[in-house]
Design a protein around this ligand. Sequence first.
Ligand code: OGA
Ligand code: NI
Length: 363
Amino acid sequence: MDTVSPVAPPHQEASSPQLKITSAKTLAESTNLASIPSHYAFTTPTSGDQAVHPDHDDSIPVIDFSLLSSSNPDQRCKAVSDLAKACEDWGIFMLINHGVPESQMKATVDVLMGFFDLTEERKNEFQGKHLLDPIMYGTSFRASVDKVFLWRDFLKMMVYPKFHCPPKPEGMSEVLAEYTGKLRKLARELLKGVSESLGLGPGYIDEAMNIDSSLQILAANLYPPCPQPELAVGLPSHSDIGLLTILMQNDIGGLQVHHGGKWVKVDPIPNAFVVNTADQLEIMSNGKYKSALHRAVVNNKTTRISIPFSTGPSLDTVVVPAEQLVDGKHNQATDISMNYKEYMEFKQSTVLHKGLCLNQVKI
Ligand code: OGA
Ligand code: NI
């Protein structure tokens, strides 16, 4: 279920430098598009892949951030144990009462939508060549080598330790600097709770992961309406690379998480963030908190935007399992001894379409 394979023959032209790659947005806006080009069609359809709504008695956990940051020890203690359960059972939760104003969330969605509305020429100035380019605009995953294209356009920016952002549209830089500043504080507090929830004391992750010089990336995924959503894929099954991802989305569903052997729909809750555990947290927790497998499907009605904010260790941190969590049961998959930069390069060089997870990264 985690693998998606192309129905079309490998898209020969895609790897040729002469090919003019079209964004999903431009394609979606071309008149009379009744069906998708064959190089967007997957044999394993995602939306038809029996994704379910969560059960009443097994629903996606909700964490109240105001309780996690409460000065009342009982409230905090309960919030930390809820967090432990959410990370262990699901690897994904909704975060409410997080203190980021609704107006700021909306302004962030608006400026990023505005970026995708720029001309292709302007956006293509940010076509990145290398994973560690500070700003990268593109379509699919890596359109120059992808065999089957994903129905999404994206923009990725490194926002910490140094803040990077395209200068256009006007005002985007200010809005995103403010938003990512807030998320940086939120991520740090959340990681304190996560650290405590692992029995490590609130400062362990902060120190061991060098959060002071944490690599933080803000991305935006644009999924335009798609005439054949059951054939196309937004993002195939994958896990995220950092420690935690805090995702904001407009009110259009599409995100799904793998839980209990099924794909479960993550229905948006207004003004809530979706937080998921990522690879470096799996490594440092010695596999106690698994990096959540998730994917995004597309729809034929409305443009969906998702805005993930990834917090990782610093680029030179070699993440290893916390000694207290090894306890004789050493989880082999977490034995990878690469620094974060090498891990990123390694993961990017393998094909996302294979539903890569940590076990496959093990060397
Ligand atoms: C991602 C991601 C999910 C979504 O960008 O890594 O998982 O809903 N996005 O777009
Ligand atoms: Ni992801």
